[in-house]
Design a protein. Structure first.
Length: 685
């Protein structure tokens, strides 16, 4: 039950140290900081889960009490002496030091949600510190609260993530646990613990017991390690949706996600789905058991396939690799139109023809459905780091990891050999042009890869650090105003670029420029040019239909832009490839700058108007010029200078902070190349 004591052991006696202060749990071991009775070097003591001393090592400074609290950031243990933060590994090796700016680090915890430290002294407010040591936000603490330990629990059910080990004003007040909402500073009392002694450092963790979240802490006098139960571990179990309304005669599908990450092998977790409702019966209880094993297991996968073409794969070796056996239920239901592999083999049940050798785990497949359907495959799972042998050229491959991973990260191990990667929707990543709109690779999807030499693919699921992760991002394009072409199973990739800011009249509803690709007057692809770049899948004809529903090989591509005057063709320069349709080709173009440049020299907008303090001014330049954009009062006196210098052609924005100006009417004046544009604005405070 919550707040039951799991362990209460005399660590002072085991360590022969009566100055134990900080505590953190890593991989089931207690790391406890001690002052070593004020003699010699301060120590870090390592206890096992039963409270038995295993080893010790010196701290990295020498003071009366040593590190007063410890925390774990997922890679290093952190403690502090004065304003210096020390990061060290579980072998006791110092890895990093940070000079902090906060007032005190007596109590210390790592916040993984905001990637910063929270710290405090007994009677101070709580301060945040970023990983470089810079002081940030402060949380005010009532005068009666005395802080001895901090711990951050990301999964607190109430959103009060920062826990405080404390006592009240008088010694007679019991050791307490309070918690704080770090977003608004609100603090609530969680519990009085009913134990004797003085509080020390705390750590909320599931590394003491893989099945539970616990609060482990130091209680002094004598110095003990005490562990309280908080709740059974829930992060392995996620039900969606958790609540809703079902109309009479209707049904609702629920999805249960079970995640074994961080749970050691040969463990079993149990839970229940409890379905309560106001209909007949009132309640249904479905027991759930998750058995966590090491390595490959016999299991199944469900593929959800919408109508039309789907690029699919499964991360298991099917029990029966015969595609006719695997697809038999879909064929019997009249749902399967056609299936293809990456080598051009195909299965047409209507013609009773099949030359696909089999469903192989490392390959992806294209499946065309008459209506949406689900397909179950049974077999032996494969691990996410199993290699896939790629041959020079194109192939359609499987995706092994169970978790979604940004494509540029997942494929980063072969970036030097990768020419282009594509998903089944025509989104692509071209490393040579530093462009991706693929987003995350996902279980169940198949992916096209073109490599310039034979190479072994091992999917990467984690970046080495946050800085590396920041380099693996895709450009996500919202749909524009032009229609999306249906997936035909055949496409080429078109990368559109420009370094010219477009005029405002060309921007669509999402702030970008709608671009359409046409052949013989028919739309075959569309996208939105934003921040000077856009990736477009140009769809080819689907040979399995009796009509022309896409581009044919050799047809030239026409580029059109949608603006306030409608669609119009624009010119472009070819940077790579040929701008004619060819399945699986790549073309890169740069739009003709003259097509995007504004027609007029003018201040095009000033808003809000009237303004209170901040004013945004938009202006357009048909050509590059030396520009002066200033604001004058009605006597002609200069009130503010917004822009002065060389500005390139295009649409631009300038911002004015008028907080120091007096209320009144002012004149904005834009001058360049002998021309002037003026707009009157009013400042009202």
């Amino acid at each position: 039950d919550p707040w039951d004591i799991r362990i209460d052991t005399n660590a002072e006696e085991a360590a022969q140290d009566n100055q134990l202060n900080g505590l953190v749990v890593v991989d089931g071991m207690f790391y406890v900081s001690g002052g070593n009775n004020g003699d010699d070097a301060n120590k870090i003591y390592v206890f096992n889960g039963d409270g038995q001393l295993q080893r010790e090592f010196d701290q990295f400074h020498e003071s009366r009490y040593g590190m007063r609290d410890l925390t774990w950031d997922g890679s290093l243990i952190w403690g502090a002496d004065g304003t210096t933060l020390y990061g060290f590994n579980t072998d006791g090796e110092l890895v990093e030091t940070v000079e902090g700016q906060a007032r005190s680090y007596r109590s210390l915890t790592w916040d993984p949600d905001h990637e910063l430290f929270w710290s405090a002294d007994v009677t101070t407010d709580i301060f945040s510190t970023d990983p470089e040591g810079n002081e940030g936000d402060r949380i005010e603490v009532p005068d009666e609260i005395r802080i001895y330990g901090l711990s951050y629990w990301a999964d607190d059910p109430d959103g009060y993530n920062l826990y405080i080990f404390t006592r009240g004003e008088a010694d007679s007040v019991d050791i307490q646990v309070n918690k704080v909402n770090v977003d608004d500073g609100d603090m609530v009392l969680v519990r009085e613990l009913g134990v004797s002694g003085r509080p020390g450092g705390i750590n909320i963790t599931n590394q003491y017991d893989v099945y539970s979240q616990v609060l482990a802490g130091i209680v002094q006098g004598p110095d003990r390690v005490v562990v309280w139960q908080l709740e059974a571990r829930r992060d392995w179990f996620l039900l969606e949706p958790e609540a809703g309304e079902i109309a009479a005669g209707e049904s609702q599908e629920f999805q249960l996600h079970m995640n074994a990450a961080g749970i050691p092998a040969d463990n079993e977790l149990e839970g229940e789905i409890v379905f309560t409702h106001n209909g007949v019966g009132g309640e249904t209880v479905i027991p759930v058991t998750l058995n966590v094993v090491q390595g490959e297991v016999h299991t199944f996968r469900i593929l959800n396939m919408p109508m039309g073409w789907n690029a699919v794969s499964v991360n298991l070796r099917p029990d029966d690799e015969d595609v006719e056996v695997i697809m038999s239920d879909l064929v019997d239901a009249g749902l399967l139109i056609m299936m293809k592999d990456g080598a051009g083999h195909f299965y047409r049940p209507d013609y009773e023809f099949n030359n696909i050798p089999g469903w192989y785990v490392d390959q992806g497949y294209m499946v065309k459905m008459r209506d949406p359907a689900r397909l179950r495959l049974d077999g032996i799972s494969v691990l996410p780091d199993r290699p896939i042998d790629l041959e020079e050229g194109w192939q359609l491959v499987s995706y092994y990891p169970r978790i979604p991973v940004e494509a540029t990260l997942a494929l980063s191990g072969i970036v030097d050999q990768l020419d282009i990667a594509k998903d089944g929707f025509g989104n692509f990543w071209v490393p040579a042009w530093d462009f991706s709109n693929m987003g995350e690779m996902r279980e169940g999807q198949g992916y096209y890869l073109k490599v310039n030499q034979d190479v072994e693919l091992v999917y990467v699921t984690e970046a080495d650090d946050e800085a590396a992760l920041a380099g693996h991002r895709s450009v996500y394009d919202d749909p524009g105003q032009l229609p999306l072409h249906l997936v035909t199973g055949e496409n080429m990739s078109l990368l559109v670029m420009t370094d010219v800011p477009p005029r405002r009249s060309m921007e669509g509803i999402n702030g970008g420029i709608d671009i359409g690709v046409y052949v013989a007057g028919e739309l075959v692809g569309s996208g939105v040019l934003r921040d000077g770049v856009c990736g477009i899948a140009v769809w080819g004809d689907d040979p399995s239909t009796g009509v022309i529903d896409g581009a044919l090989d050799g047809q030239p591509l026409e580029i059109r832009i949608l603006d306030e005057g409608g669609l119009r063709s624009v010119g472009f320069d070819v940077l790579a490839g040929d701008v004619v349709y060819s399945t699986d080709a790549l073309a890169v173009i740069s739009l003709d700058a003259s097509a995007l440049l504004p027609d007029e020299f003018a201040i095009t907008a000033a808003y809000p108007n009237p303004f209170n303090s901040n004013l945004r001014v938009d202006y357009s330049l048909p050509e590059a010029a030396d520009v002066e954009l200033s604001m004058y009062d009605l006597t002609g006196r200069l009130a503010a200078e917004l822009v002065s210098g060389r500005v390139r052609a295009g649409v631009h924005t300038a911002l004015l902070d008028g907080s120091d100006l007096a209320s009144g009417v002012y004149m904005l004046r834009l001058t360049a190349a002998g021309r002037t544009s003026q707009v009157k604005v009013a400042l009202v405070k």
